[in-house]
Design a binder for this molecule. Sequence first.
Ligand code: BJW
Ligand code: ZN
Length: 262
Amino acid sequence: MKEIFHSQLKKSRYVAVLTGAGVSAESNIPTFRGSGSNSLWKNHEVTQVACPQAWEKDPGLVWEFYNYRRKMMGDKKFNLAHKALADLEKKLQDQQKTFSLITQNIDDLHFDAGSKNVTRLHGSIWMVRCCKCGYVEKNREVPITNAFNQESSGEKNHYKVEDLPKCKQGCDGILRPNVVWFGESLSKSNINQAFLSAQNCDLFLVIGTSSLVQPASSLIQIAKSSGAKTAVINLEETVADHDADFVFHGKAGEILPELFSV
Ligand code: BJW
Ligand code: ZN
């Protein structure tokens, strides 16, 4: 299987890759689903805090969750999987071939590893957006405001509106994490870019994602129906496996360097 994949990779002129939380698992960032995941935060299902309904009800709780995630992700380093993808991009570029990376991850580790042509489908935890004027800016402050300085002790911490980060453009709107929650639309240009990559590539790799979240999970079918060869690399079996010409089960940080060594 590995040898056939190698010859496929060698003859491909356009490689597109979709990554998910599993690619950052070896950097000690917990995944959402699957073994080793951490789907509970303070007894809340993560997906119940990362949603517009939670924000409407209690933006302080949502910021407490993201402040915790920013603190947890802040010192994490890219791993061998991120590095293998950045090296592959460089190698293909040197051969005048095309490479595009579509990630669902919000941690920015692909950029830290040196990947260049990256589309972030679900935003970045290091960007904030004003709820009033829409202004988006980079923000690496941890804690996000002084009010979030303390580790919360009990079950419930009630943050007030004045504790939340505010827009500096003079509109006094509240800032939110610039990430995509369930039920929210992805940026049009990002989704167009992802669909174009899936349609135009001749090899499509799906790495470290459960392939349960739309629209990212439909990209493999788009690639396949457009004639690309497809591969899934994951620790476990996933729903995408049956759309794949190649399936490799194991850790991305161990499998990718070997798969790309051609
Ligand atoms: C390893 C490993 C190692 C571990 N090596 N592998 C059509 C039908 C039904 C519903 C919908 C539909 N279209 C849209 C929806 C609704 C919804 C959706 O898809 N729901 C499904 C659950 C059914 N989609 C949306 O709402 C999207 N918006 C949208 O489509 O708007 C239009 C619309 C709305 C409503 C209806 C119809 C149309 C937006 C989705 C936004 C997702 N947001 C989150 C949170 C981001 C912010 C944050 O992090 O706080 O994004 S949810 C979460 O899931 C996060 C992830 O990016 C995303 C995907 O997760 P991922 O990356 O796959 O991680 P895991 O944990 O699931 O999997 C990890 C994998 O790694 C596992 O398989 C492990 O085995 C593996 N692994 N270690 C290799 N070392
Ligand atoms: Zn503003």
